[in-house]
Write a protein that binds this ligand. Structure first.
Ligand code: A3P
Length: 345
């Protein structure tokens, strides 16, 4: 009798336990989907006394699900009307620098509930064919967002392309411009590594970095090599300064974004006049990956693709020294113009 009662009790506990777990799972899913389906809160409630946008943390959940579909363009006209969605021109652009950590910066800023990223590099301002298609073409390439959110795109080629500053100025002379830089020699090697990988994928051979970076005739740094030229940040920035005042730029330390992303992101939030919403919770170090990865909520997290964070080939130390010496005066000028000292060697 006692044994029968024990079995009955155990079965009952099992059923109750399953019910509790089921309900919990249902609630988690429901809260997630509700968050994704409804505007975060009434418009008035989202702006603080000083006109700064105030977004509740739970709005981070918007980063997935239905809104994600909206952003990809998989959205019906009814849905656009129902949720007041719009495709907005960017209020801020990550203009470069290639291999500076532009993707990581964009993805990390996208953790902020007020930011919506354009997933693809659009290459509107640096590609004549795209530019000829007009500003409406560009706007249609933007993700769907709520009017209170800001759209950010990144195309690292903008930084080094001659025509781009004037073209962006014509679109919006008060746009905010983000430049993420890394120690110039490391950036040049990273740039080389990307090209090398492309060649290897096609079973092609390629020159060693040393051969490209140093002119064999003069034994000096080869300033014709694109990876070297791109790292002369001050030269490119000077072209931009003909159109935009320095206050419209924010320099992100790409080396620090790798090792300590949060303080860098907080500086960007400030620059964009956004309330601080990205927290340590949203960034966790993934030992296998060797980089910080992104956590949107209890369920969703992601690391950047494997093409980010490649292993660099070994480079002759004397070439590295030569390059660092070459970049040194340009770096000093860059610190002076931007007001951000990065203590590169
Ligand atoms: P390496 O591949 O040289 O390591 P971009 O997106 O502009 O092409 O920059 C790529 C660089 O972003 C990578 O260069 C990598 O070091 C850097 N990076 C910064 N934060 C990262 C992160 N959390 N995950 C992966 N790569 C990151």
């Amino acid at each position: 009798m006692l044994f029968k009662q024990q079995v009955w009790l155990r079965q009952k506990l099992l059923v109750l336990g399953s019910l509790a777990v089921g309900s919990l799972l249902y609630l988690v899913a429901r809260v997630g989907s509700l968050d994704r389906l409804q505007p975060i809160c009434p418009i008035e409630g989202r702006f603080g006394a000083r006109g700064q946008a105030e977004f509740p943390l739970r709005a981070l959940q918007f980063k997935r699900g239905l809104l994600h579909e909206f952003r990809k363009g998989n959205v019906s006209k009814e849905q656009v009307r129902l949720y007041d969605l719009v495709q907005q021109l960017p209020k801020a652009i990550i203009i470069g620098v290639r291999k500076g950590g532009t993707r990581a910066l964009l993805e990390m800023l996208n953790l902020h509930p007020a930011v919506v990223k354009a997933s693809q590099e659009i290459h509107f301002f640096d590609n004549d064919e795209n530019y000829a298609k007009g500003i409406e073409w560009y706007r249609k390439k933007m993700p769907f967002s709520y009017p209170q959110q800001i759209t950010i795109e990144k195309s690292p080629a903008y930084f080094i392309t001659e025509e781009v500053p004037e073209r962006i100025y014509k679109m919006n002379s008060s746009i905010k411009l983000l430049i993420i830089v890394r120690e110039p020699t490391t950036r040049a090697i990273s740039d080389y590594t990307q090209v090398l990988e492309g060649k290897e994928r096609k079973n092609k051979t390629y020159y060693k970095f040393e051969k490209l970076a140093i002119d064999p005739n003069t034994c000096e740094v080869n300033t014709k090599y694109k990876a070297v030229r791109t790292s002369i940040y001050t030269k490119h920035l000077e072209r931009w300064l003909k159109y935009f005042p320095i206050e419209q730029f924010h320099i992100v330390d790409g080396d620090r974004l790798i090792t300590e992303p949060l303080p860098e992101l907080q500086l960007v939030e400030k620059f964009l006049n956004l309330p601080p919403r990205i927290s340590q919770y949203n960034l966790y170090f993934n030992v296998t990956r060797g980089f910080y990865c992104l956590r949107f909520n209890v369920i969703f997290n992601k690391c950047l693709a494997g093409s980010k964070g490649r292993i660099h080939p070994e480079v002759d130390p004397s070439v590295i020294t030569k390059l660092r010496k070459f970049f040194h005066p340009f770096n000093q000028k860059f610190y002076q113009i931007t007001g951000r000292t990065l203590n590169w060697p």
